[in-house]
Design a binder for this molecule. Structure first.
Ligand code: G6P
Length: 609
């Protein structure tokens, strides 16, 4: 989703800003722009629809000299992707970039038009820059004008502003959309994600909700939501833990699929004893809080929601604790009753997903016993605002379609199941068995990845198809859901998932030779039932592709393709069966020639509703 980069330096900044935008490309966007203040010619901007490379060409043709600047990648919300809707937006000598949505933009627009402002775009963002300009006319101070303007805004923003009349500074503000200050020597930067600035610094100060900052080359100052001066901690980022390049792989997604054994090893490190899960890993307060938990409510979006769906089977099945799961965008707008002693668990790769964050904030006003975030990004809003957190340790995930973040979320959720189950239905022998399965997991994933060539061959059968149906039963149903999501996200093939027992209640009507049906079939207690469901498909001429346990007794026949998956323990089966589905969607996308890492219309981090 939208990205912001800004710089106040003593050297030319346009190349730094451009590189920052490139590093944010993975988040998804549809236009890009930049404004720089030149001491000679004042404020100038370049914009381009499409990729950052188009903006780079525009800059090559017509460079932007200057030492203070802001840049943006826009993901259209109000108004189509176009140069005039792309940021920065201007008002006189002031330029502004914005992430988020201003909900009262229509009323503000009317008010500003009444004051004589003419709008150049259809965006909600343009109201902010005119508002700042309006207040600037009264006080000739950019910081004061921004502080004044944000009090008129309803909605979410991360914003950065420059002013040609005060060329040595940048003002930024955050509410509902992240911003970080990157600290250099004699130069400072800002961005919506620290990854954008890793080429210039490894020291970062994260702004908190309601903060406004003034950033100059030699210093920066921060005020909190009550307009009191505050000092935000400076964090040094560990370079080794962050490597955001593709290495030998053609796409980030493939790299991230293959990283799963190592990142799962990392996410288990320090959390598993030889026979026990070390629940201290959830934080010092964890034991005290978890022992009183009687219910769990999980809230998440997208792939993270599917992780929550899997966890429901574990938390109820292994721990014996009632568990509800809901997508955040529904949860936050619904009336419901909070059960006694409920732990609210949010799951999010980014920790900045607007709906998940809003759900957490809502929960904090209700009667939940505690909140726990399962998240991949240290210092994200979700982590900072939760009582407990469990980091997934997947490292930066760049491909928009989530892979390693999902499987590491599942690992974290198994740890949570044990941590809660201990006070309920999980006995020591069961915990020991789970720990044994987890120790074996990374190698089993490596073994499953070796099915890649067979899966690549299988993918040929999908390249010309327009629809696909994914089936699973029990805990494998959410695995099938995640498989369908992966296929639709990156290959644009319409894919649906169903619990196989529901086949007869509708989807069977769709089955014919043009509808490939994919099933995940571990050797579990539901296997025989699943087999009957699959026969219903075969009997109707459907083409079946089954990922089945070696010992499940499936045999290839016309219309039935089998890929044998290693035999694994029940608890880790959802992780193992996810792997072939990730590989299948990847290979189908390659055949279809889509943009695997940045699929059309999608964003990595959805920071608006
Ligand atoms: C977007 C991404 C998905 C992700 C979802 C939730 O839709 O494209 O990959 O699953 O957001 O994101 P989160 O960061 O909260 O896990």
């Amino acid at each position: 989703m939208c990205g912001i980069v800004g710089a106040v330096a003593q050297r030319e900044v346009s190349a730094i800003l451009l590189e920052g935008l490139r590093r944010l490309e993975y988040r998804g966007y549809d236009s890009a722009g930049m404004s720089v203040i030149s001491p000679q010619s004042g404020l100038a901007s370049r914009k381009a629809v499409g990729k950052v490379s188009a903006l780079a060409s525009a800059l090559e043709a017509s460079p932007l000299p200057g030492t203070t600047g802001i840049a943006h990648t826009r993901w259209a919300t109000h108004g189509q992707p176009s140069e005039r809707n792309a940021h920065p937006h201007l008002s006189g000598d002031i330029a502004l970039v914005h992430n988020g949505i201003i909900e009262n933009h229509a009323a503000l627009r009317e008010r500003l038009e009444g004051l004589g402002y003419r709008f150049a775009s259809e965006t909600d963002t343009e109201t902010i820059v005119h508002l700042i300009h309006h207040y600037y006319q009264q006080q000739r101070d950019l910081l004061g004008a921004v502080k004044h303007a944000v009090t008129d805004l309803e909605g979410a923003y991360g914003l950065a502003v420059i002013n040609a009349e005060q060329p040595d500074r940048l003002v930024c503000a955050r509410k509902g959309s992240p911003l970080v200050i990157g600290i250099g020597i004699g130069e400072n930067f800002i961005a919506s994600d620290h990854l954008a600035l890793r080429q210039v610094t490894d020291r970062f100060a994260y702004l908190e909700e309601g903060d406004i900052a003034e950033v100059a080359p030699g210093h920066f100052r921060v005020w909190n939501a009550d307009d009191e001066p505050v000092v935000r901690d400076v964090n040094q980022i560990d370079t080794a833990a962050e490597s955001a390049d593709k290495g030998q792989y053609r796409h980030f997604m493939l790299k991230e699929i293959y990283e799963q054994p190592s990142v799962i090893r990392r996410s288990l490190a320090g959390r598993l004893g030889s026979r026990k899960v070390l629940t201290e890993a959830l934080g010092a307060k964890a034991g005290e809080i978890l022992k009183n938990i009687e219910n769990v409510q999980i809230v998440a979006c997208g792939t993270s929601y599917h992780a929550g769906m899997v966890a429901k089977y574990w938390i109820e099945g292994f721990a014996g604790v009632p568990c509800r799961v809901e997508v955040a965008s529904e949860f936050r707008y619904r009336k419901f009753k909070v059960q006694q002693n409920t732990l609210l668990v949010t799951i999010s790769q980014s920790g900045e997903t607007a709906d998940t964050l809003a759900a957490l904030r809502l929960a904090q006003t209700l009667d939940y016993a505690a909140t726990l975030a399962i998240c991949n990004v240290n210092q994200s809003s979700l982590v900072r605002e939760s009582d407990l957190f469990l980091m997934t340790e997947a490292g930066p995930e760049i491909g928009v379609a989530s892979t390693k973040a999902f499987t590491t979320q599942l690992v974290a959720l198994i740890l949570l199941t044990v941590a809660i189950g201990r006070y309920h239905d999980l006995d020591e022998a069961e915990e020991e068995a789970i720990v044994k399965s987890l120790h074996a997991l990374p190698d089993l994933i490596t073994e499953t990845l070796s099915l890649d060539d067979d899966i690549k061959k299988m993918s040929n059968a999908f390249a010309e198809k327009h629809h696909a149906l994914f089936l699973g039963r029990g805990v494998q149903w959410p695995v099938a859901m995640e498989g369908a999501l992966k296929l639709k996200e990156i290959s644009y093939i319409h894919a649906e998932s169903y619990p196989a027992g529901e086949l007869k209640h509708g989807p069977l009507a769709l089955v014919d030779s043009d509808m490939p049906v994919i099933a995940v079939a571990p050797n579990d207690e539901l296997l025989e039932k699943l087999k009957s469901n699959l026969q219903e498909v075969q009997a109707r001429g459907g083409q079946l592709f089954v990922f089945a346990d070696k010992a499940a007794g499936f045999e290839e026949s016309p219309g039935l393709d089998i890929i044998a998956v290693p035999h694994v323990d029940e608890i880790i089966a959802p992780l193992i069966y996810t792997i072939p589905l990730q590989l299948l969607s990847y290979h189908v996308a390659i055949l279809k020639g889509t943009d695997v890492d940045q699929p059309r219309n999608l964003a990595k981090s959805v920071t608006v509703e």
